[in-house]
Write a protein that binds this ligand. Structure first.
Ligand code: ATP
Ligand code: MG
Length: 699
């Protein structure tokens, strides 16, 4: 970090210093995924570049740092370890290259030995061979590609077809750079029918290329498959027009394809060579520029079949093509980078390091992940104003959202917006004053914004306070269902704990998104934990959240156009900051239910069950439940409802039908009173009453 010490000392780049620290933490924490590590290393490299570009570090220092972090970066990018590397998506291609069993083995080629001989070019050659008994080919055409191997024939190759002994003289490639005497290697054709013998010679890698592979590839490449490097990379071929590993050219532009999976087609030790190549390239830990086969740009011509041959073999797919087709089928509806088309129509896939994305680009796996294919976690509600089809396109289009982090907006859209289970005003027992006030503030202004203007304009903040279990959250749910507004339900604790350090951004994003979805209600349960009184020594982040919230609340309150209502609920009103209290202008006390409300709760709940409670018994229950909250009343009814079940003998419980269960009776309430007690103490109740007298808006 020498140069960053320098940086920070000179005060030039404290930003970069903190970035460096962040990234350093990411790579040393041991918990972050390889993508994040790779991104961090790339950011390191960017930082080094920046420092060097500004002459803040010497060239030697930059080179050292570059080497160090390039190696670390490559170690992740090029590793196919599922846990620590990023190259595992290319596993199938790698296993193919290594000669391991691969699903492509099952793919069938439509090209059979029989139809090879129906190809016009082969027919022509056979006829020519018959006529001349000898077919002289131009030296530069003498490349025969069988399977995925290029064979340059040193000695005349013989193509024996039945009795007509066609002797295709495949002369040595006129490669002026090819040195040494090629060691002919017999071409294996073990499983070809005896009547159909294809005999040629295949030069070994060493004989093909005694000089080491050259980076500066000139001329048309023999291999156009960017991920199938071969020793031939090094030599400059004059065999222009040879386009595919599986295409062979027989003079005069005639081409013949020998399928990769032709029985007995020679592999010519391909897998070994490839393995060796991968081994060496991995060892170098090369970046994009160090891989000769990655950065080359090849012809963009379509596959090198002549048209009629192409159509006759249209059903044939190379392994790579098939892989691409399979992927397309699999991830049909998911965003995917369009593959670069290689010369023969396959997928140009880079293995590992982002050859095309550049050193400082974000890592984008070429194969979409199954787990997060859906950017919105499978949620049906996608952010309004966002393109849903592509993660990259998920950029805010609304002006008001443009400075916000898309991730935050997404979190709000996906996690906060909540329409909840339907709750009606009638479901809330008692609380007539609170319900009427809320209807006046929330529902009517939403319905008739033209009437509720000026002084009649609704308040922008409501506080519902009262003992626990009295229906504050229930009212919130009811507002969500009945107001017709976009409802954002967020618990304050999730703002303060779930997104530590990001809380104020979340608050900002919350209001910005709400502004885009007006009319909107933001319901904040447990608002005391968000807006508790500011005290000395409290954590910086919670203070920032509070300040941001007050600012946003002020903005919503002062802007007459904004139709955003904040509804807070708390059972600790005394802990709310006075500045917040002032902004939540309507402070409604939600008290313990009165006798009539308790009766309504019991009647409501009993109406859904079989019960035989007389009016007198019901009155008795209501009397005995003085001091119970709505939640306590619900609990009492639940306990009583279990009474008839408890009275069934244990051996009958498995066989009894629902009709045989006796109705709920007073005796069950009697026993329920033994276990259910009021949850709010009279002392606590006093506190609420006092606070209501001091700050409440009730009558
Ligand atoms: N007035 C009411 N009418 C009908 N049911 C009620 C009422 N009050 C409470 N309940 C019952 O109690 C349960 C809990 O109520 P709720 O969650 O609204 O309480 P709360 O006031 O938000 O409590 P807390 O302050 O602890 O969050 C409700 O699901 C409902 O079943
Ligand atoms: Mg609640």
């Amino acid at each position: 970090c020498a140069f960053f010490r320098f940086n920070s000392m000179s005060g030039v780049s404290t930003f970069h210093l903190s970035e460096w620290q962040k990234n350093y933490f990411a790579v040393t924490s041991g918990t972050c995924p390889p993508e994040q590590k790779a991104d961090s290393y790339r950011a390191h490299l960017l930082g080094i570049n920046y420092a060097w570009g500004n002459s803040e570090i010497s060239e030697v220092c930059a080179a050292n740092l570059f080497r160090k972090y390039s190696e670390k970066y490559s170690a992740i990018i090029d590793s196919d370890n599922v846990e620590s590397g990023l190259n595992n998506y290319a596993g199938s291609a790698l296993s193919l290259a290594r000669g391991q069993p691969n699903s492509s083995d099952k793919w069938q080629s439509s090209l059979t030995v029989d139809n090879v001989f129906k190809l016009s070019c082969v027919q022509m050659m056979m006829q020519a061979g018959e006529k001349n008994k000898k077919c002289s080919l131009l030296p530069e055409d003498a490349h025969l590609v069988v399977g995925e191997e290029v064979c340059a024939s040193q000695t005349p190759a013989k193509l024996n077809v039945g009795d007509g002994n066609l002797q295709a003289v495949l002369t040595k490639c006129a490669n002026t750079k090819m040195n040494g005497t090629p060691a002919p290697k017999p071409f294996q054709q073990a499983s070809l029918p005896t009547a159909t013998k294809l005999t040629t010679s295949c030069t070994s890698p060493s004989s093909l290329n005694s000089a080491p592979p050259q980076k500066g590839f000139q001329g048309t490449p023999l291999f156009l498959n960017s991920e199938m490097p071969s020793p031939n990379l090094g030599f400059s071929s004059a065999a222009s027009g040879i386009g595919s590993p599986s295409v062979s050219q027989f003079g005069h532009g005639q081409k013949v394809t020998f399928p990769n999976h032709l029985p007995g087609s020679s592999s010519c030790g391909n897998s070994l060579k490839r393995k060796a190549f991968y081994g060496s390239s991995d060892a170098t830990g090369g970046t994009s520029s160090s891989r000769p086969y990655q950065s080359r740009s090849y012809n963009s011509e379509p596959p090198c079949f002549s048209r009629n041959e192409e159509s006759s073999m249209s059903s044939f797919k190379t392994a790579k093509e098939q892989l691409w087709v399979d992927q397309q089928k699999k991830f049909n509806n998911q965003p995917q980078r369009a593959p670069a088309t290689s010369l023969y129509g396959g997928v140009k896939k880079s293995l590992g390091a982002g050859r095309s994305r550049g050193l400082f680009g974000k890592f984008v796996p070429p194969v979409p992940r199954q787990d997060n294919g859906d950017e919105y976690g499978g949620s049906a509600s996608k952010p309004h104003g966002y393109s849903s089809s592509d993660a990259d396109a998920a950029l805010p289009v609304d002006e008001r959202l443009k400075n916000l982090e898309p991730k935050m907006i997404e979190l709000i859209m996906n996690e906060i917006m909540d329409h909840g289970a339907p709750v009606n005003w009638e479901d809330i027992a008692g609380l007539e004053f609170a319900k009427a006030t809320i209807k006046e503030i929330v529902v009517w202004p939403m319905l008739r914004p033209d009437i509720f203007t000026g002084l009649r304009g609704p308040p922008k903040g409501i506080l519902l306070f009262g003992p626990p279990g009295t229906g504050k959250t229930l009212i919130g749910k009811c507002i969500a269902c009945q107001s017709g507004a976009t409802f954002f339900s967020i618990s304050a604790s999730s703002l303060t704990s779930k997104w530590v350090g990001e809380g104020e951004k979340m608050v900002r994003a919350l209001f910005a998104v709400a502004r885009c979805h007006q009319p909107a209600v933001i319901f904040i349960d447990e608002i005391d934990s968000l807006l508790s009184q500011r005290v000395d020594g409290e954590h910086d982040s919670s203070r920032r959240i509070k300040t941001e919230f007050l600012v946003q609340l002020d903005g919503a309150a002062t802007s007459s156009e904004d139709r955003i209502l904040v509804v807070g609920a708390t059972n600790r009103p005394q802990e709310i900051d006075e500045a917040a209290r002032r902004r939540l202008v309507k402070r409604l006390y939600i008290p313990l239910p009165e006798a009539s409300a308790r009766k309504q709760i019991v009647v409501n709940l009993m109406s859904r069950e079989k019960s035989c409670l007389s009016d007198d018994e019901l009155e008795l229950v209501i009397q005995r439940s003085t001091g119970f909250s709505g939640a306590d009343m619900t609990q009492l009814c639940r306990e009583a409802a279990l009474g008839p079940i408890r009275s069934i003998p244990i051996m009958d419980i498995s066989s009894i039908t629902p009709d045989q269960v006796r109705p709920i009776a007073y005796v069950d309430f009697d026993s329920a009173f033994l276990t259910v007690r009021p949850s709010v103490s009279t002392k606590d109740l006093e506190l609420y009453e006092n606070w209501n007298t001091a700050f409440g808006c009730g009558r």
